[in-house]
Design a protein around this ligand. Structure first.
Ligand SMILES: [Zn+2]
Length: 404
């Protein structure tokens, strides 16, 4: 069984004037869908930078083929370094995850001269802590400079909500202009294609970003992907220092940036950046350019900014109702996420904030109890006659901590 890229084309966007799409026609010989189009859309001024090679297509089809256990056949040549490195990525995934299948790749390879690569470097930019850190740090001496901020539409905010994406884009365009860098936005339907059957966070987060960057490979010599985890806490993940660095070509390098710092340390740098404080966007629950200010991600970020004394200078959080006690109620989702709270406690202790030290410790202890308790409704859920109790019990555990 094969996933085949049959042809590509560049066409005017059917949805937005002044924009063009790089469209790839992908055919499947298994499954309910026989054929679909994958596309990347940019402003017309970037049309000449759009890729004419198989590179972006290999990077986005690899996680799909590895999930489905199918062969990849590409009608376009692939950079020889990328062809070698994607097979390395596939081997790493197989070592990490037992459900990943081996994949054969049928494509011709080429050795382009490095001079043919684009002159610029870009950092993927969502407005969150990791990408803001990469961008703010890039201006420091000794760091790799960044020319463009690359915003992807269709990843964090679904294509079905164009108004929310437009508000997010406008806010980040303002941040980019304050930083003196152009914001280049690429909209893609990758997450609406059959790729949605492959796990985004665990497997193809960086392949999604990498394929977007390589869709503009004629513009870029370097692409920076902001690290999700630091070296001490990271493990197998869809964006990882080992695999991200293998997603580039002879002409366009992909770098995993910022794993040297914990998220608390990243926020310490952002606390010195008025632009970051004005535009920091960590949560998409509200569906606007604002953070919801109530979820675990928002509260833990607000807690660090509160300890650093700069919460009142932020513009995207509702800071009026924030108090350390709110942090006690959050659900720390996994043991790996506890590292953030250890960092927060150490920071709070250094700043003499005993209230925040206690709140962070309490959040971790309660969450451990709740993660254990949640196994019961998970067990009940597929038991005949008992499954009805699972939902209410689960909700009770997730709310019950308020009383504990
Ligand atoms: Zn939130």
């Amino acid at each position: 069984v094969t996933i085949e890229l049959g042809s590509i084309d560049v066409i005017p966007s059917p949805d937005r004037p002044g924009r063009v799409r790089l469209v790839g026609d992908v055919a499947y010989d298994s499954g309910p869908v026989k054929r679909e189009q994958f596309w990347f859309e940019v402003a017309e001024e970037h049309a000449a930078s759009l890729s004419r090679t198989g590179n972006p297509w290999l990077v986005c089809l690899a996680p799909l083929a590895a999930t489905l256990g199918e062969r990849i056949r590409l009608c376009l040549p692939v950079d020889r370094v990328l062809y070698r490195n994607v097979r390395e990525v596939l081997a790493i995934w197989r070592a990490w995850y037992p459900t990943i299948h081996p994949v054969e790749i049928e494509a011709s390879t080429v050795d382009p001269c490095p001079e043919e690569s684009g002159p610029r470097s870009a950092a993927f930019f969502s407005g969150g802590v990791d990408s803001f850190f990469t961008v703010v740090r890039s201006a420091q001496p000794g760091q790799l400079p960044v020319d463009d901020l690359l915003l992807v539409g269709g990843f964090d905010i679904p294509l079905s909500n164009p108004e929310a994406f437009e508000r997010h884009r406008a806010s980040l365009a303002a941040a980019a202009s304050e930083l003196g860098m152009p914001l280049v936005d690429v909209v893609t339907n990758l997450r609406q294609t059959r790729l949605k059957t492959a796990p985004w966070g665990r497997l193809w987060h960086a392949c999604g970003l990498g394929s977007v960057g390589l869709a503009l490979e004629n513009r870029y010599r370097r692409l920076l992907i902001a690290a999700t985890w630091d070296y001490a806490t990271g493990g197998p993940h869809g964006s990882h220092p080992l695999t991200d660095a293998l997603l580039g070509t002879s002409g366009t390098r992909v770098l995993h940036d910022g794993a040297t710092h914990t998220r608390v340390e990243k926020l310490e740098l952002l606390a010195t950046s008025p632009v970051a404080l004005r535009h920091l966007h960590v949560c998409f629950r509200a569906g606007t350019e604002l953070n919801c200010s109530a979820c675990e991600k928002c509260l833990r970020t607000m807690a660090v900014l509160d300890v650093l004394g700069c919460l009142p200078r932020t513009a995207t959080f509702d800071t009026r109702a924030f108090e350390p006690a709110a942090l006690r109620r959050v659900m720390v989702p996994t043991p790996r996420s506890e590292a953030y709270y250890r960092g927060l406690r150490a920071l709070a202790a250094r700043h003499g904030r005993r209230d925040m030290v206690r709140a962070a410790g309490s959040a971790v202890r309660r969450s451990r109890w709740r993660r254990t308790a949640l196994r019961l409704p998970a067990w009940l859920a597929d038991k005949p006659g008992l499954w009805r109790a699972a939902g209410p019990l689960r909700r009770r555990i997730l709310v019950e901590e308020l009383a504990r």
